[in-house]
Design a binder for this molecule. Structure first.
Ligand SMILES: *Cc1c(COP(=O)(O)O)cnc(C)c1O
Length: 244
């Protein structure tokens, strides 16, 4: 299988990523069972996704709702990953636009990683209710670095919306997610990952009735640092499927 002319051995890449995850967990005195690898498949074809599934990968992440639907679920697509009844768990990792909220719910994601506005949470709640879902699990995205171009709540603004989101009957907060500013040095992300963990701990102290267990943080170049800082979900694309 080639992508952009570059041969990709998905099974070998996956094994290497899992090995690096295990080493990072050991360094941090954590169990690897606490960390889920979300294989990010954006721009990659179903054939490559099926290679990852054949290598035992279950969790997949897409950042665009329409692409997730088309590649994994669309009944009109005979090449869809789910067409043959294959088992997978779909994570929606990108920001959800208002007009895509219904399709996002139709994807039956195991987790929506990047809720960053009450308005979106309300729309998800409404469509989840219409679809008869007891609960749709979501993470709140936080822009811990304060980088101007980023999506997400600021570490201050999140406090004003948690109460209203917790009151939504069909949406369930499960933790936080962040994307730090890109820096080729993975150590540059460490303070941002640590800040997300500390913010989570403070939110959990304020709202102990909610479930704050998950921290979705870490990508191809910094997932090991993220695991050392407490990530429970790492979102890894390039290191598995090659460059986009
Ligand atoms: C694309 C993407 C990733 C994966 O990035 P890689 O650097 O390819 O591992 C992770 N998280 C989000 C939100 C993404 O959009």
């Amino acid at each position: 299988m080639t992508t952009a002319g570059i041969a990709v051995d998905v099974a070998t890449n996956l094994a290497q990523v899992r090995e690096r995850m295990a080493a990072a967990a050991r360094r941090a005195g954590r169990s690897l069972d606490e960390v889920t690898l979300v294989a990010v498949t954006k721009t990659k074809p179903p054939a490559l996704i099926r290679q990852a599934m054949a290598a035992g990968q279950l969790d997949f992440g897409e950042n665009l709702v329409e692409e997730a639907w088309a590649k994994f679920l669309d009944p009109a697509n005979p090449d869809a990953v789910g067409a043959a009844g294959a088992a997978f768990r779909l994570h929606l990792i990108g920001p959800i636009q208002s007009r895509k909220a219904a399709l996002a719910v139709a994807c039956r994601p195991i987790l929506i990683h990047a809720v960053d506005r009450l308005k979106i949470a309300r729309r998800l709640d409404r469509f989840a209710a219409e679809a008869g879902l007891a609960a749709l699990d979501v993470l709140l995205e936080v822009n811990v670095s304060g980088e101007a171009s980023k999506f997400g709540y600021s570490p201050e603004s999140i406090w004003g919306e948690v109460e209203a989101i917790l009151a939504l009957p069909h949406v369930r907060i499960r933790g936080l997610m962040t994307v730090p500013p890109y820096d080729p040095d993975p150590e540059a992300a460490r303070p941002h990952f640590a800040a997300l963990r500390r913010l989570r701990d403070r939110l959990a102290a304020r709202w102990p009735e909610a479930d704050w267990r998950h921290l979705s943080m870490g990508m191809s170049h910094d997932f090991e640092v993220a695991i050392e800082e407490g990530a429970t979900l790492v979102r890894v694309g390039t290191a598995i499927f090659g460059p986009r």
